[in-house]
Design a protein around this ligand. Structure first.
Ligand code: ATP
Length: 237
C-alpha cells in the first residue's frame, strides 16, 4: 500500500507553546485514519499544518510522493488535499447551493462544478432537498453535512475532517460517520480528527492517539478499541 500522506517528526510552536513535538503519522491509499486525543493534544494543529495554514518549525510532510511541507493552502487544494475545518464555517446568509458553489472556487470549469454539486446531492440527499435554504437555518448536523459537501466539490484525494461530530446528537453523529464511510468507499483517503473515539474507531481502519503533541499509542482500529489505555481514557465502560 502506498502512502497518500506522510508526516515525519513534525514540530510546531505557537510562541513558547510547543503544540507538536515530533509528530509522525501516515495515511495509506484508500485508508481512513483517525487521530484521537484530548483537548489541546495538537489535533487541530496537525490538520492546520498539513493544510499549509500553520508553519512548522521542523519536520517533513509528503503527500502523493511530493514534499508539501512549505506548500500554500490554495496549492494544496489543487493537489487534492482538502480540509473540513472545526466548527464548519459555512456561510449562513448564503443558500446551501451557493455554499456548495463556493467549494468550487479553485475549479475553473463551471460545468465540472455543476457535476460535482450533483454528485454531492446524490451523496447527501438532504442537502438537495434544502438547496435553496439559507445555510444558517440548517440544523447542526445538516451544517456539518454542508461543510463536508462543500469540501467534496474540490474533488479531494485526501479529505481531512476536524471533529465533525462536535456538538451533534448521537443519531446525527452516526449519520455523519456514515457519510465519511461512503466518501472513503468512493475512493478518497480520510484523516479523521475526533474526540469521539467510539465513533471514529467504527469508521477508521487505523488510528493514532495524540498526547501533548506526540503520538502515544497507535494501531489498527480493533487494537485501539481493545487497548486498556484507550478504553479507560476515551471509551469508558
Ligand atoms: P481541541 O480539540 O481543543 O481543538 P487539539 O487537540 O486540536 O484540541 P490544538 O488546538 O492543536 O489541540 O492545540 C495544541 C496546543 O497548542 C494547545 O496547548 C493549545 O493551547 C495551543 N494552541 C493552539 N492554537 C494556538 C494559537 N493560535 N496560539 C497559541 N497557542 C495555541
Amino acid at each position: 500500500m502506498t502512502n497518500v500522506l506522510e508526516v515525519e517528526d513534525l514540530r510546531v510552536n505557537y510562541g513558547k507553546v510547543e503544540a507538536l513535538k515530533g509528530l509522525t503519522i501516515t495515511v495509506g491509499d484508500g485508508e481512513t485514519v483517525s487521530l484521537l486525543g484530548n483537548n489541546g493534544a495538537g489535533k487541530s494543529t496537525t490538520v492546520s499544518t498539513i493544510s499549509g495554514v500553520v508553519r512548522p518549525v521542523s519536520g517533513r510532510i509528503t503527500a502523493f510522493g511530493e514534499d508539501i511541507t512549505h506548500a500554500k493552502p490554495w496549492d494544496l487544494v489543487e493537489r487534492g488535499i482538502v480540509q473540513v475545518p472545526e466548527g464548519r464555517r459555512i456561510f449562513s446568509r448564503l443558500t446551501v447551493h451557493e455554499n456548495l458553489q463556493i467549494g468550487g472556487y479553485a475549479v475553473k470549469d463551471g460545468k465540472k462544478i455543476d457535476e460535482r454539486i450533483a454528485e454531492v446531492y446524490d451523496l447527501l440527499p438532504r442537502l438537495a432537498e434544502r438547496r435553496n435554504q439559507q445555510g444558517g437555518t440548517l440544523s447542526g448536523g445538516e451544517q456539518q453535512m454542508l461543510a463536508i459537501g462543500r469540501a467534496m466539490i474540490a474533488a479531494p484525494r485526501l479529505l481531512m475532517l476536524d471533529e465533525p461530530s462536535m456538538g451533534l446528537a448521537p443519531l446525527m453523529v452516526a449519520q455523519v460517520m456514515d457519510v465519511v464511510r461512503s466518501i472513503n468507499e468512493r475512493g478518497t483517503a480520510v484523516l479523521l480528527i475526533e474526540q469521539n473515539a467510539r465513533s471514529a474507531l467504527k469508521v477508521a481502519s487505523r488510528g493514532y492517539v495524540l498526547d501533548s503533541g506526540v503520538v502515544s499509542i497507535e494501531g489498527s482500529a480493533e487494537e485501539l478499541s481493545q487497548d486498556p489505555r484507550v478504553v479507560e481514557a476515551y471509551l469508558g465502560k
